[in-house]
Every structure is written in C-alpha cells, then in structure tokens.
Design a protein around this ligand. Structure first.
Ligand SMILES: Cc1cc2nc3c(=O)[nH]c(=O)nc-3n(C[C@H](O)[C@H](O)[C@H](O)COP(=O)(O)O)c2cc1C
Length: 372
C-alpha cells in the first residue's frame, strides 16, 4: 500500500474527495450589486475545481454580519441566485464546494450597518485599528454588547444562512469561528467580558458557537458541516489569556456534536504567534503549540490543517497522522491549477497582494494555468 499523501483520495462525510487538497476560504471583495455573486465569481471558483474541496469566501448571514465592501452575503434571494451560478459552474466542472457562514461582529462600522447602527459584539470593547468602509478607512467604533435575549436571533441568522446555502446548491457549510469575527469574539476572553451564561468560563464562551453549530447541523446533516477555528491568530485585535484551555474546551464540545470536520488555522510556521504561556507550562516557558497534533486526540472527525503549507510540510503532516486534509489559501489565489502544480512540484505563480481584496478580473481570474 502506498503512503498517504496530498493526492490520496478521502471520504469526507458524505463526499468522496479525489485528493486531500482543500482551497481555504478567501475573501476577495468582488461581489456584485446587493453583495450577490456574479458570473465572474463563478469563473474564479470553477477555475479551482482541482481541489478536493473548495471552501467559499466568508459570506455574511445577515446585513448586520457585514464588515467590508463587496463581500457576498447569503441572506437575500439575489445572493442565493448569485451563489447558484457559482455552485452550478463548480459542479459542472466536477468540483465540490462548501459555503463559509460569517458574522463579523465588531469588525464593522456604522456606515456598513442597517440604519447606521453600531456593530454588535459580546462586549462593548472597540478593536484597535480601522474599518474598511465604502468611504475608505475609518477608526473602529465601540460596538454594542448583545443582550442575552438577542442571542437566539444570532443563532437564527446562521440557521437561515445554512438553509439558504442549501437552496443555492452547495455541498455543505463551514461555520466561521476564526480570525477575530463574532463567534471568535465570544470564544476569547479579551473580547468576551460577559457575566451571563455566554461569558466567564471556557464552556460559557463556547456556548454560542455550539448553539450555532447545532442549528446549522439541524439544517444540513452533521456530515456536511465543518467549523473553522484559529486558536492563536491575533488578527482583528483578538487574544485569549489561556488559548489551550479555551480551545480544548470548545473542540471537545464540538466533537460531541458529531460534525464532519475541524478546519484549523495553526500557528504560523515562520513566526509562531506570541501567545501567553499557559498556566500548565509555567511563566516564561513556551506554550504548547496549538497545532493539528495538539487537537487530534480531542477530535474524532476529519481534521484540516492550514497555514503556510507547501508540498513537503503538507505530506509530512498527513503522514504523521496529525491531519487528514490540508488547506491552501494564498497559493490558490495565483495558481488556479494548484493541485496539478503540487503534483509536479511547481512551478508556482507568485500572488500579487494589491489585487487580493477588491477589483475586477485582474489578479482574480487571469492567473495563467500551466501550459499557457
Ligand atoms: C486574501 C485572503 C482572504 C482571506 N479570507 C478568509 C475568509 O474569508 N475566511 C477565512 O476563514 N479565512 C480567510 N483567510 C485566511 C485563509 O483562509 C488562511 O487561513 C490563511 O491565508 C493561511 O493560509 P495560507 O498560508 O495557505 O495562505 C484569507 C486569507 C487571504 C490571503
């Protein structure tokens, strides 16, 4: 029997994947009017169907969940119709695609919110930094803390988003609980200072994520639901005093729900996140790296590893058994046929950063495949 590598097939819940290469979710800010996907977006995703699985860019589940110009939503009829263009193009080309369900929480601005309202968050703590608005960069405002009675409404937004994703023809959904957005803001104690049953202990801080994931798995079966976590990513001014305890608790609770996969943003392989030492490791000592190997014993389902992978590191993490699949983000921007390039060990096009977020076909659908 040959060793497992990126090109081995894999059974992910209800889906047969031809390889273990996942296209990671990537915001590209190129939705059309009404934040609905367009034929250009369909072309972009169809170009990348060599991935065993594509996870779409984050898609807001409600107008309140919006935090940037031009990100697609999954809450209106026009958005569902736009996403249908994408799922049909991906399926016609032989691919599989999940939608990433998103609520930005405090990473927004009144000018992007319905009726100019304040963005919402677990607690009224402003992020350090600036919001990207339709009128350029503006300082973040102090968000409004959600009332306990409003939280079933947040769960309902995700539930409806999941139902809309089904109507749009996706193969499943991924709950975005990473990168400093609403569900991550509830998880981590720098942003969650609540005193109700959604704050305080790690169990309480994981409660909203668990309720959202349960609701989403009630719409799809659990085998078509994944969850995205980034325990050590400081992006969007977020942190936790004990990420090991917080995320071990959250992952154990998610594991009990029996959903399909955990998609993990690991510490940066070049610059591991400077997290606080955990109580167990003692002051001044390096904390346990919260990587795929750390979570593996806590998680019975599929584990997708992410962050800075290349061919050699990806095959190594699969062969160690720490992960089942590996996702690639930046490499997929510039290399629509990334799986084939990995198979041949390159060459790889370089990604142009200035066209990552917003714009047209340039830097989006015009990266050349091999042999052109
Ligand atoms: C342009 C860009 C947009 C991104 N948008 C999202 C997103 O919408 N949702 C998400 O969970 N992560 C997003 N990420 C993070 C990636 O999914 C991934 O975690 C990160 O880029 C590390 O993977 P890599 O080293 O293969 O690039 C984005 C990354 C990039 C470069």
């Amino acid at each position: 029997m040959s060793a497992i590598d990126l090109f081995s097939s894999f059974r992910l819940g209800a889906l047969d994947l031809p390889n273990r290469i996942v296209m990671a979710p990537m915001t590209r800010n190129r939705a059309g009017p009404g934040n609905a996907p367009t034929p250009l977006n369909a072309t972009y995703y169809a170009q990348r169907v060599g991935a065993g699985l594509i996870v779409s860019e984050a898609s807001q589940v409600s107008p309140q969940g919006l935090g940037y110009p031009g990100t697609p939503g999954i809450h209106s009829e026009a958005q569902i119709a736009g996403w249908q263009l994408v799922t049909e193009a991906v399926h016609a080309a032989g691919g599989r695609i999940f939608l990433q369900l998103w609520h930005v929480g405090r990473i927004s601005h009144p000018s992007l919110q319905p009726d100019g309202a304040l963005p919402v968050a677990p607690s009224a703590i402003a992020p350090v930094g600036q919001a990207w608005t339709l009128d350029g960069m503006k300082p973040y405002v102090t968000p409004r803390a959600l009332d306990t009675a409003e939280l079933p409404g947040i769960v309902a937004q995700f539930r409806q988003g999941a139902a809309n994703a089904k109507a749009a023809g996706f193969d499943g959904v991924e709950v975005h609980a990473a990168n400093g957005y609403l569900l991550d803001q509830f998880l981590r104690d720098k942003t969650n200072r609540r005193t109700d049953r959604y704050g305080g202990s790690a169990e309480n801080r994981a409660r909203l994520l668990i309720e959202v994931t349960e609701a989403v798995a009630g719409v799809w079966s659990g085998e078509r639901v994944g969850v995205h976590l980034s325990p050590t990513n400081p992006f969007n001014d977020i942190a936790d005093s004990d990420p090991e305890q917080t995320f071990a608790t959250a992952v154990r609770a998610l594991d009990r729900l029996g959903v399909s996969y955990l998609h993990l943003v690991e510490p940066d392989p070049i610059e591991p996140a400077p997290s606080l030492p955990s109580p167990a490791s003692g002051a001044g000592k390096t904390m346990t790296p919260l990587d795929a190997a750390f979570f593996r014993p806590l998680w019975r389902g599929t584990l997708i590893a992410n962050k800075g992978y290349d061919l050699a590191r990806a095959n190594a993490v699969l062969q160690r058994g720490a992960a089942d699949l590996v996702s690639f983000a930046t490499l997929f921007i510039a290399n629509p046929d990334l799986p084939e390039r990995l198979r041949r060990s390159g060459p790889f096009n370089a990604a142009e950063r200035k066209t990552f977020y917003g714009g047209s076909a340039a830097g989006y659908t015009d990266y050349p495949p091999l042999g052109t």
